[in-house]
Design a protein around this ligand. Structure first.
Ligand code: 16G
Length: 229
C-alpha cells in the first residue's frame, strides 16, 4: 500500500479499498488487512473518517521516530518529490552547545549547512546542520541541492548515520522563518534538535530545524516493558 502511494497510484484524498477488497487483492485475511491499515493510519499515511472509510493523507508528512531517516527518504516515502535550497554552506567555529553535542572543543571549525527543504515545491522545513569529522570541509564541494546529505555521508564518506537523539519543541514562526516557509508570522512551528551518530557512536551532525507545525506528524510507537505490579 505504501508503494502504491509512493508511485502515485493512490493520491492524497483518495479512498482506499475496503479491508475485504484488500484481503482479496493481497491474499490475506481481513484482520491482517485491518492491522496494516491501522499501522499506516498511525504513521500518518492514511486517515480514517467515521462512516466514510480510510483515505490517503493530504498534507502531513510523517517523520518516524523509530527508524532513523533523512528528509529525502521521508518525503519519497510519502510519494512526493523532495527538493532543497541551500541557504548557507560554510566552515564556521562551533559554539559551546554545538561543541558539547559533537564532543569537540568550542571554536573548532565545523561545516555549517543551512537548507530550505521542500516537498513538491512547497517549503516544509529550515534545517541548520553542523557537521564535524575528519575531512568535513570536503562537503563544501558537494552539490547539496541535488544530493541527500545522509546518502553522501553513507556512500562517499563512509559515515553512515546510524543513530540519533532528537528533541521536539513547539514554537511560533518569527519573521525570517515565516518568510522562508511562506507562512504567516506567529504560525505554529516545531523546533527540533538532532544529534546524529555513526556506527561507531561518533557524533557527526548536530542539526537544528524548524518545521511547519501544521504539515508534520512525528510518530512513535511505544511498548510497556512490564506491567506495574
Ligand atoms: C533530517 C534531519 C537532518 C538531516 C536530514 C538529512 C531532523 C530534525 N533533521 O531532516 O538532521 O540533515 O534529515 O536529509 O529530522 P537528507 O539526507 O535529505 O539531506
Amino acid at each position: 500500500m505504501r508503494e502504491r502511494v509512493r508511485a502515485g497510484e493512490w493520491k492524497p484524498g483518495d479512498l482506499i479499498p475496503s479491508e475485504r477488497e484488500l484481503g482479496e487483492t493481497y491474499g490475506i485475511s481481513r484482520m491482517t488487512a485491518r492491522q496494516a491499515i491501522t499501522d499506516l493510519v498511525n504513521e500518518g499515511l492514511f486517515y480514517r473518517e467515521q462512516g466514510k472509510g480510510t483515505f490517503v493523507s493530504r498534507n502531513k508528512i510523517t517523520q518516524q521516530l523509530i527508524r532513523l531517516t533523512g528528509f529525502t527518504e521521508d518525503i519519497r516515502a510519502r510519494g512526493q518529490q523532495p527538493s532543497t535550497k541551500v541557504l548557507s554552506a560554510q566552515m564556521s567555529p562551533a559554539n559551546e552547545v554545538t561543541a558539547e553535542r559533537l564532543r569537540i572543543q568550542t571554536g573548532q571549525i565545523v561545516f555549517y549547512l543551512q537548507r530550505l527543504r521542500l516537498a513538491d515545491g512547497e517549503p516544509l522545513a529550515i534545517e541548520s546542520s553542523q557537521l564535524s569529522f575528519k575531512g568535513c570541509e570536503k562537503l563544501l564541494e558537494e552539490d547539496l541541492e541535488q544530493n541527500s546529505l545522509y546518502r553522501l555521508l553513507e556512500t562517499k564518506y563512509g559515515l553512515p548515520p546510524m543513530e540519533a537523539e532528537q528533541e521536539l519543541e513547539a514554537g511560533l514562526a518569527g519573521n525570517e522563518e515565516a518568510q522562508l516557509l511562506k507562512i504567516p508570522v506567529g504560525s505554529s512551528v516545531l523546533f527540533t534538535r538532532r544529534t546524529t551518530y555513526t556506527d561507531r557512536n561518533q557524533p557527526i551532525e548536530y542539526a537544528k530545524s524548524v518545521y511547519c507545525g501544521n504539515k508534520y506528524t512525528f510518530y512513535t510507537h511505544m511498548k510497556r516493558e512490564q506491567l506495574v505490579p
